[in-house]
Write a protein that binds this ligand. Structure first.
Ligand code: PAF
Length: 289
């Protein structure tokens, strides 16, 4: 596996792949890799001639300096995992390499209304930062396909909007959430949980799952209230937001028949660690019943 640290080297590497008519699959990550990332990488390896992963903790998408400071960084281990998974090249740039003029917004991306709700409301500037780094990576790595996990359900919708508004030609491939055996959605942030917080964390998915059944005989508002009440009653947990939304627009619904696909998206503070998860309400999937 080639370890690439500079933009110039990446551009040269990609040009070589294009000369050989190799299709490129890109897996953008912020490192601290877990089985969820590995599932994206394995898919990229399978579906493309050349799989490239990036490991870069992007400062411009953090609206909270402590969150950026505490974000887990395990570069050596990440590189080992990616090599083992069959990635052809990993791009591991420094902040200065990506942002020579300083890590700050350079323009305002048109991300549609999907970027204004939920994470967009609670993490101002977050999606602009995501759009900034992902569009940069797309322009440098010129992937045919790019792989993202559905845990960040809203992020995928926003990236799709960004690709459209920027006119970038790439297929966005969304991949199912990977869960631990106890149901907790895999996340790099799980590493920050104390033992006690970790033992309670599976409640998030347990409550979401049970709420799908509850939703069969209750209104959207009742289902919403139930989820929030149950999770708020778990010690150290506080729901930041829970929204039941049209999965296409990400705008809230009031009735179960209001949209074809309905998703519940949640963010919960478990102590000081912010965890997100989501579940499909309509149509029912094997995961939700
Ligand atoms: O989902 C993530 O890990 C990040 O938001 C991404 C897409 C790698 C951009 O920094």
């Amino acid at each position: 596996m080639q370890i690439i640290r500079s933009v110039d080297e990446l551009v040269g590497y990609v040009a070589m792949q294009k000369n050989h008519h190799h299709s490129i699959g890109l897996v953008p990550t912020m490192g601290a890799l877990h089985a969820g990332h590995i599932s994206l990488v394995e898919r990229a390896v399978k579906e493309n001639d050349t799989a490239i992963a990036s490991v870069f903790v992007n400062p411009t998408q953090f609206n909270n300096p402590d969150d950026l400071k505490n974000y887990p960084r395990t570069e050596e281990e990440d590189i080992r995992i990616l090599a083992q998974a069959g990635v052809a090249a990993v791009f591991v740039p420094s902040v200065e390499e990506i942002y020579p003029d300083g890590a700050k917004p350079e323009k305002v991306y048109d991300l549609g209304t999907a970027a204004e709700v939920m994470e967009g409301k609670f993490r101002p500037g977050h999606f602009q930062g995501v759009a900034q780094i992902v569009s940069r990576l797309f322009l440098l790595a010129r992937p045919d396909r790019a792989y993202f996990g559905e845990k960040d359900f809203q992020q995928i919708a926003v990236i799709r909007n960004m690709v459209k508004s920027e006119g970038i030609e790439v297929e966005i491939v969304d991949c199912p959430i990977c869960r631990d055996v106890d149901g907790l959605a895999l996340s790099s942030r799980n590493a920050l949980l104390t033992e006690e917080q970790r033992s309670r964390a599976p409640e998030i998915y347990a409550v979401l799952r049970a709420s799908v059944e509850y939703s069969m005989s209750h209104t959207v508002a009742e289902t919403h209230a139930k989820v929030v009440a149950l999770l708020d009653s778990v010690p150290e947990m506080r729901v930041e937001y829970f929204e039941i939304v049209d999965a296409s627009t990400l705008l809230p619904v009031e009735q179960w028949d209001e949209a074809e696909r309905i998703q519940g998206c949640i963010t919960v503070y478990n102590g000081s660690v912010r965890l997100i998860d989501n579940i499909r309400y309509r149509p029912l999937s094997s995961e939700s019943v």
